[in-house]
Every structure is written in C-alpha cells, then in structure tokens.
Ligand binder design. Structure first.
Ligand code: PPS
Length: 369
C-alpha cells in the first residue's frame, strides 16, 4: 500500500512538472507572437505612469532620434530664414511607437499597419501643440508619433518610406498622427504633404502672436542664458520702434502670411484652427472640436482633465494603467521674463492687421487685440 501510494505521488509530481513546462513554453510562445505582431511597440506607454512626461519623452527621443538630430544652434541668426531657425528647436518629444527600420517596407500584420498620418498638427511653435497631441492620445482611435519627425522640413530627402516607418501601427479605423510645429512656417511643407496625400487633415494651434513670441524667446533663453534681451531682438530700432521681422520669434506669428502659402495647396476645409488660449482655459471644449474635425467619437471630455494649481495648467487625470495624474513636463509652461510694456504694445500694434487678416482667412476671431 505504501508502495502504491508512493507511485501515485511520483506520477503526480511528474505530471505537474510536465504541465509547468507546457505552460512556460506557452508563455514564451505567446510573448514572441505578441512581439512579432508589433504589440511590443506599445510597451513605452508603461512609462507614462510618471507624473510628468519628461522621462519617457527624453529617453525615447534619445534612443530613436539620435541619428536624426542636427547639432543644436541656439542663438537666433538673422540671416537664416524663419523656417530654418524654427527647425532648430527640437521639441521635447513623447513616446515613439515605431523606430525607423531598414528596408523601407511597411510592416503589416493582423495587429496593425504603419500608415502615413491622416492628420498632422502642423503648428504653431509654442502654440500648445504638445498639449493637444497628448490630450488626443487618450483617444483609443488615435495613435501618434510622440517625437517630432520633422520630415517635411528637415528630413524630406530620407524619403516617404522612411517617414512611414516612423509611424505607429494602427488598426482599421484608427488615425495615425504626428506633430511638427515648424511645418507651418516651412515654405515647401504644403506641397510635400500634398504629394504624400492631399486629403491630409491639418491642425494649427494658434496663440496670441505676442505671447507666442515671448514664449519662443523664453525657450531659447532657457538654453542660452547669454541671449540678448527680448526688446533688442524684437526691435530693429528702439527709438523708432521698428519691428525686426527677420527674427524668427516675430516671423512665426505672422499667421496670415504662412496660411496664404498653405492655401495654395489645401482648401480651407482641410484646416482646423485650435485656440491655444482655450486649450488652456477649456481643454474639453477645444478637444470636442478637434475630435469632430477628425471624425472621431467624442471620447476625450471634461472628465479627463483637472486644473493643476501648481503647474498653472490643465493636466490629465490618472490615465488608464497609470497610478498618478499627468502634467506636461517642465519645458511646457515656463515662467516668462518681464518684457517692458511699451515693447509688448508695439508688437501688438504691429501684429494687429496680420491678426485681422488671419481672422478673415480662417473665419475665426481669436480676440487677441
Ligand atoms: N496643459 C498644458 N500644460 C502645459 N503647457 C500648456 C498646456 N496647454 C497649453 N500649454 C502651452 O503650450 C506651450 C508650449 O507649446 P508647444 O507644445 O506647442 O511648444 S513646442 O513648439 O512644441 O515647443 C506652453 O508655452 P509656455 O507657457 O510659454 O511654456 C504652454 O503655455
């Protein structure tokens, strides 16, 4: 009896070890299948459990974009065009879902396909483009490249397949997006985007050009504390108050001029102009418009936001899978330096006719006067 009991125990133990080997193998196969299917791409999302977006943004950027980044030059150079000066400012990017791959053939499988973006946030620099993209990424039908690809301004010679391979995989019905604010001021960008797809939807986050210029200056100043004063860069002649339109921080705010270039290639119906101010004061309202424009169900709503008093901006309530709320990183919402009021007034006067022209062209009054 003792012996037969032993045999039963022995067989049971063997069976148990076979079952555990089977399950281990199953786990390994499942993992490989999962990765080969491209779902491992979404792993960086786990990093979003950080309180701010700083860490994931910078790590992903370094890992995947090191070979793309030209050496940064921070001092404004009046001999360069607005577009080249603009292109130097690499935004703190976010999650990158797809690394550039060799071969250029888009990977397609049952879990998604790398597609060209159907919608692009083309501008404006310091308008609130990062906030908009991060808010949109809550939507289950939006997948976006976190870093700024700068394809249509800097890396166009790498070819469209290179660009497509930067994109995250999407399922049917999902929208692929990217944001590169310098496209708005890049002369060649409209024709290049149209060559990719003339049906592309274009989103422009606009902000009072005076505040935008100060924000732009603040960003450059943060990287280069020896920068001359705002007024000495903005004014060609302090006594006459002549504005220096060759300074990119000023030029970018001439929205009507830049839009004119875009309207040569795209009809107005392809654009959505988002108010950068309202994106801060009422993000849910502005996100409603954006989702409608993109043909998405209104998923992102007031319940996703709270106003963070310390940050002074709306932040995201605990996103799914995250233990903490999420604000944008330190490079968003920097305190601006004090600029003499007469300089700001001079700039306001300078921009007024351009703003009015922009209101006419866009059919929206942003109330910047
Ligand atoms: N929710 C939230 N959190 C933080 N910051 C916010 C938010 N919404 C809009 N903004 C404004 O976004 C400004 C930066 O704009 P961008 O993201 O377009 O800058 S960049 O061009 O990508 O560098 C940034 O400009 P500064 O305040 O001058 O730093 C903010 O004013």
């Amino acid at each position: 009896m003792g012996c037969s009991g032993c045999r039963v125990r022995f067989n049971f133990g063997k069976a148990l070890s076979k079952v555990s080997v089977f399950f281990t193998m199953l786990l390994i196969f499942t993992y490989f299948f999962y990765c080969l299917s491209g779902l491992c791409d979404s792993a960086p999302r786990a990093l979003y459990s950080q309180e701010t977006l700083d860490y994931d943004i910078l790590d992903d950027h370094r890992r995947l974009f090191d070979d793309l980044r030209p050496s940064p030059r921070l001092l404004p150079d009046r001999n360069r065009t607005a577009s080249t000066a603009e292109a130097e400012q690499v935004d703190a990017p976010g999650e990158l879902d797809g690394a550039p791959q060799d071969g250029g053939i888009p990977v397609s499988n049952t879990f998604g396909t790398k597609r060209f973006p159907q919608a692009i946030i083309i501008g404006v620099k310091k308008g609130g483009t990062r906030a908009l993209l991060e808010f949109l990424r809550i939507h289950p039908d939006v997948r976006a490249v976190g870093a700024e690809p700068h394809f249509f301004d800097r890396f166009y010679d790498k070819g469209l397949e290179w660009y497509r391979n930067l994109m995250p995989r999407t399922l049917d019905g999902q929208i692929t997006m990217e944001k590169t604010p310098s496209y708005f001021v890049t002369k060649e960008a409209p024709s290049r985007i149209c060559t990719m797809n003339c049906q592309t939807k274009l989103i422009v986050v606009v902000r009072d050009p005076v505040t935008r210029a100060v924000s732009d200056y603040t960003q450059t100043l943060s990287k280069n504390p020896g920068l001359p004063s705002f007024q000495s860069l903005a004014l060609k002649n302090v006594s006459t108050g002549l504005i220096d339109t060759s300074w990119s921080a000023v030029r970018i705010g001439l929205y009507a001029k830049h839009l004119e270039n875009w309207l040569q290639h795209f009809p107005l119906s392809h654009f959505l102009f988002v108010s950068g101010e309202r994106l801060v004061s009422d993000p849910a309202w502005e996100m409603g418009r954006v989702q409608d424009f993109l043909g998405l169900k209104r998923v992102v709503s007031g319940k996703h936001f709270y106003f963070n008093q310390t940050k002074g901006f709306p932040c995201l309530k605990k996103p799914e899978g995250s233990s903490r709320p999420r604000c944008l990183g330190k490079s968003k919402g920097r305190p601006h330096p004090q600029i003499p009021s007469e300089v700001l007034q001079r700039l306001r006067d300078f921009y007024r006719p351009f703003n009015h022209r922009f209101y006419q062209m866009s059919g929206q009054d942003f109330g910047w006067d």
